[in-house]
Design a protein around this ligand. Structure first.
Ligand code: IPE
Ligand code: IPE
Ligand code: MG
Length: 253
């Protein structure tokens, strides 16, 4: 079904077309509402996280089908360690569960799997699954599927500050010569374009420590849907709205 969207005119009878010239290069998603989705159904929270995997797959295929270059999925924040141990343990198992099911298809679809976040603190089995996926997809040239895992933007910025402070203290550069691009090169996202579009599900209207520096001129789109029920149509709706926005970057139109 999704194949249909790959044709030059992307759209269906119901939905307006997606203009192929103006597809966001980098889409970031704060996948929120798994717990509430489960609660609504009388299920344990981890059932919501499990169900969320299907939405990751749907959105990955949808993004790939319209030519998005990078998709960053916020999967675990540095603050999420403060959840009950049982829930944290399950969230740490999700990458290997997801990749066990989907990696083969991701390889076939030319997707490159990556991770943005701190490795320290993550269990060995979580890292092993991600490292394997990264290695197996390293030579692919299609969509970058980037999981933000053990990611937090304040810490990221602080570590970047420390890195440039060290360079200055060692006399490698003068504080006055530090540029935005030099600083951005110290962030975990170094080398990646800033997100053009940020989607957050579940009706929460906040960033929750996600890409604070990188989202300076990102377009935001919020959905009331809980993540497990977020579908490709919702994703395409966000894309269409993005295509009607005027990005001024402080200038006049
Ligand atoms: C998002 O769903 C997944 C993670 C934060 C890991 P939540 O677990 O935050 O679900 P809610 O917000 O409690 O419904
Ligand atoms: C943000 O969701 C983190 C991820 C989606 C991984 P949270 O559910 O942790 O955010 P808050 O606590 O509601 O701000
Ligand atoms: Mg939440």
């Amino acid at each position: 079904m999704v194949r249909l969207w790959k044709k030059s005119k992307i759209g269906s009878d119901k939905a307006p077309a997606i203009e192929q010239e103006n597809v966001p290069e980098h889409v970031a998603v704060i996948m929120d509402g798994n717990g509430r989705w489960a609660k609504q159904r009388g299920l344990p929270r981890i059932a919501g996280h499990h169900a969320g995997m299907k939405a990751v797959k749907r959105v990955t295929i949808a993004a790939d089908s319209i030519g998005v270059k990078a998709l960053t999925m916020y999967a675990f924040s540095t603050e999420n360690w403060n959840r009950p141990q049982e829930e944290v343990d399950y969230l740490m198992k999700l990458p290997s569960e997801f990749l066990a099911i989907e990696l083969q298809e991701l390889i076939e679809k030319n997707v490159q799997v990556r991770m943005t976040g701190w490795r320290e603190g993550l269990p060995g089995h979580t890292l092993a699954a991600l490292d394997q996926a990264e290695a197996d997809t390293r030579h692919n040239t299609g969509l970058i599927l980037n999981f933000a895992l053990n990611y937090g933007s304040r810490r990221e910025i602080l570590e970047a500050v420390k890195a440039v402070a060290r360079e200055a203290a060692e006399g490698q550069l003068s504080p006055d010569s530090i540029t935005e691009s030099h600083f951005a090169g110290k962030l975990l996202t170094a080398g990646m374009p800033d997100p053009d579009l940020l989607i957050r599900t579940s009706g929460e209207l906040r960033l929750s420590n996600f890409m604070l520096w990188q989202s300076a001129y990102t377009e935001f789109w919020f959905s009331n849907r809980y993540w497990p029920e977020f579908g490709d149509e919702d994703f395409f709706e966000a894309i269409r709205e993005y295509q009607h926005r005027t990005r001024r970057y402080g200038r006049l139109k």
